[in-house]
Design a protein around this ligand. Sequence first.
Ligand code: TXA
Ligand code: MG
Length: 331
Amino acid sequence: MILNGNLPAAVAQAAHALQRGELLGLPTETVYGLAADADNEAAVAAIFAAKGRPSNHPLIVHVADAAAITRFAKEVPLFAQQLIDAFWPGPLTLILPRLPGRVSAATGGQDSVGLRCPAHPVAHSLLQACTQLQPPVWGVAAPSANRFGRVSPTTAAHVQSEFGDDLLVLDGGECAVGIESTIIDCTRGVPVLLRPGAVSRADIERACGLRPLSKDELPAHTPRASGTLLAHYAPDAKVRLMDAKQLQAGLDLLGADAAHLAVYARTPLQMPSAKVQLRRMPDDADAAARELFATLRHFDAAGVRLIWIETPPSTPAWEGVRDRLQRAAAA
Ligand code: TXA
Ligand code: MG
């Protein structure tokens, strides 16, 4: 059932559902989450079951404000605090040392916890309402509201198409960012970028004065992150990334036979057949991120078998979109 997230009564109903241990579709500025009380083990188990997600893949815990951090994290390094000051509320998740005894199931038993304070007004109202309950819900675990390995949802209708009408979904409109939060591991003395997103490497460096390392710059053993599995974010159709020249050559080769094919490109191309579904990729990276997952879902719904996508520019602004497309193409 979809509820209008702008109505206070709907937010209150959703908060009580979480308190009772039920699941909820929750809008955030990045993507929709499948939410549950992070301290309720049975509810957290229900998230893993509904997604078909392996239980050793930790969930992000969402909080109403930065003050809530001390309820879950054992310590906050200076650079992490600087990132919180600069980007919360917003599309940035921080991995911090976990306070023993809290949200163990949500973190897959790891000694760290991923914390995020979302900027979406409906998410904020909900998280705030949760802290006012008796007993309060201080943290809301929420992975992206899609079945494991699938494209993340950016509308309430997408969530419903993943989990059916029985799930309560707060409708907060289309997600403004469109790809999942940037994840920074703050447990290694320096910031380590686990997943690129709207908050860029340059943003991180500007805020804390430290250049974020990549996972491959680290010694062995990094925390598991399903957003880092290669074949993730995949639509049903097969995705291929090509530059504009290769794309045009492929189209020319198919000629009038081209069918069941979608093309998503910034560069104008000659279509050999009216049957090819063409969408223009925005020239702006943020705009491209916003519509990326909805575009992949749109092509799937149209029944295409192949999606040919023009490789995004190799500039820093495109890192998040590049990352998601490379994973989609690897599936
Ligand atoms: O934008 C987002 O982050 C969305 C919205 C709903 O907030 N959530 C999201 O959650 O993308 P999910 O579960 O699909 O991705 C969370 C990622 C996973 O790759 C998970 O492994 C990683 O965060 N993660 C969470 N806690 C972690 C921890 N303690 N250590 C390492 N990685 C962690
Ligand atoms: Mg996900």
